[in-house]
Design a protein around this ligand. Structure first.
Ligand SMILES: Nc1nc2c(c(=O)[nH]1)N[C@H]1C(S)=C(S)[C@@H](COP(=O)(O)O)O[C@H]1N2
Ligand SMILES: [Mo]
Length: 416
């Protein structure tokens, strides 16, 4: 026995679990192939939804995204729950895949220690790509999880990190899938693993320990772990009665109080430096564009025709409010006040808050033109509460929550 303890991890006989083998790795790999593809697509959608190309980096500060921005398109305003679904999927599936990712890494960890480090140039390149693959996966999952758990630990810089990381990771991932697909398909077709002698993958233990759990049992444990994460996360975006199952949701599960303003608050007025004197009687909205300017108080805004739209706020963190009945002045009506009523352009929205990352946001012309896009003054039939953006906040259908600027002080219409 003493001799076994001295076996280094670089020796094949160090790794003794009888569970490892091409079939386990292939099954986990197939789940990850489907899941990570979904994460990549919903991630790209999320990025496009930010209007990252507008206003020279108001919404997105990613330096020189260059070619990587090639696929960007104008994010639509309908269906009004669009971002709620795409981002809810991104975050929920990402969280639920964590046990699968860990199990997959565990299933191939002996390969990390294989000696010699490189048998040939081809082998060296392959191992380098695996470094990008594993490093990229860990990086994307860790930055994503930190962002949803810790309320933007990296204000502004999360997006470039997660964005560039995604492209590096997906490149290595595509190469890995292409290289391993034939062997994976074969492993999935075979009913039993080859014996260690015939093992061409180096995954099967040469000196297996007695089994403590069957392979099916181990997969069941991973699946159960994913299911628990799924059920305790999904409620924050599905909402309604499911919200109560969102035990893991850091923000969506918090008690927001009751009444018309009783829904999630991520950042309060106090935290962001919204001063009482700036939201009181003296508050004015400045509307600019087309060389004209209008300045309105809250009573004047309330005297304009009011429209109502039932819309959720869906945050990049994956949580979402239920639909709320917002009412206020359509953005296109405000554009008309400065003579841009026919085909209104986009708008730059500014908040009166003193601190925090999201003091400005740029909306595209299609968002301004949608009659459900409002400068909201009321919600659920009541005044907006201070924490929900009193005296006035933006609400736009289908868009990420971050574009729904609170405590608006200025709207500048123009081709952003
Ligand atoms: N002025 C201002 N508006 C803002 C924010 C902010 O930090 N400042 N946060 C945005 C984000 S990220 C979201 S998801 C929505 C909802 O945030 P809340 O829950 O803090 O109201 O408001 C948006 N509007
Ligand atoms: Mo958000």
């Amino acid at each position: 026995m003493a001799a076994h303890r001295l076996t280094p991890p670089t020796s094949p006989s160090f790794w003794r679990s009888p569970l490892r083998g091409p079939r386990l790795t292939a099954l986990l790999g197939a789940v990850l192939l489907a899941g990570i593809t979904l994460l990549f697509v919903t991630g790209l959608l999320s990025y496009a939804a930010y209007n990252p190309d507008l206003a020279g980096g108001v919404n997105d500060k990613t330096p020189s995204k260059g070619l990587l921005g090639f696929y960007l398109f104008d994010w639509p305003t309908g269906p009004y729950w669009l971002y709620r679904v795409t981002q809810g999927l991104h975050v929920t599936v990402g969280v639920a895949l964590v046990p699968v990712l860990l199990a997959k890494l565990w299933s191939v960890v002996p390969k990390l220690f294989t000696l010699p480090p490189a048998r040939s140039l081809g082998h060296a390149l392959e191992r380098l790509s695996l470094l990008l693959l594993v490093g990229g996966a860990l990086f994307e999952f860790v930055t994503g999880l930190l962002n949803i758990q810790l309320e933007y630990v990296f204000p502004g810089s999360f997006y470039p990190l997660h964005f560039y990381g995604a492209w590096v990771f997906i490149g290595a991932f595509a190469a890995h899938v292409a290289l391993r697909m034939p062997r994976t398909v074969r492993a999935l077709r075979e009913r039993t693993d080859p014996t260690a002698d015939a093992d061409d993958t180096g995954l099967v233990a040469v000196r297996p320990a007695p089994p403590t759990v069957t392979r099916r049992g181990a997969l069941g444990l991973v699946g159960a772990g994913s299911l628990v994460l799924l059920v305790t996360t999904a409620g924050q975006s599905i909402g309604g009665r499911w919200r109560r199952t969102a035990l893991l949701a850091p923000h969506g599960g918090r008690d927001p109080g009751s009444g018309p303003n009783g829904f999630q608050i991520n950042k309060s007025a106090a935290v962001l430096g919204v001063r009482a004197q700036d939201t009181g009687e003296d508050w004015r909205l400045t509307v600019e564009g087309g060389g004209r300017r209008a300045v309105l108080g809250r009573a004047e805004l309330l005297a304009l025709p009011q429209h109502t739209a039932a819309l959720p706020i869906a945050c990049v963190e994956g949580w979402s409010t239920d639909d709320q009945r917002w009412s206020g002045v359509p953005l296109r009506d405000l554009a008309a006040l400065v003579g841009l009523g026919d085909r209104p352009p986009g708008v730059l929205v500014e908040s009166l808050q003193l601190h925090g990352a999201f003091r400005r946001a740029a909306l595209r012309d299609n968002q301004v033109r949608d009659p459900r896009s409002l400068l909201a003054l009321r919600v659920g039939g009541a005044e907006l509460s201070l924490d929900h953006g009193y005296p006035a906040r933006i609400i736009v259908p289908g868009a990420p929550g971050v574009l729904n600027t609170k405590w608006v002080s200025r709207l500048t219409f123009g081709e952003w």
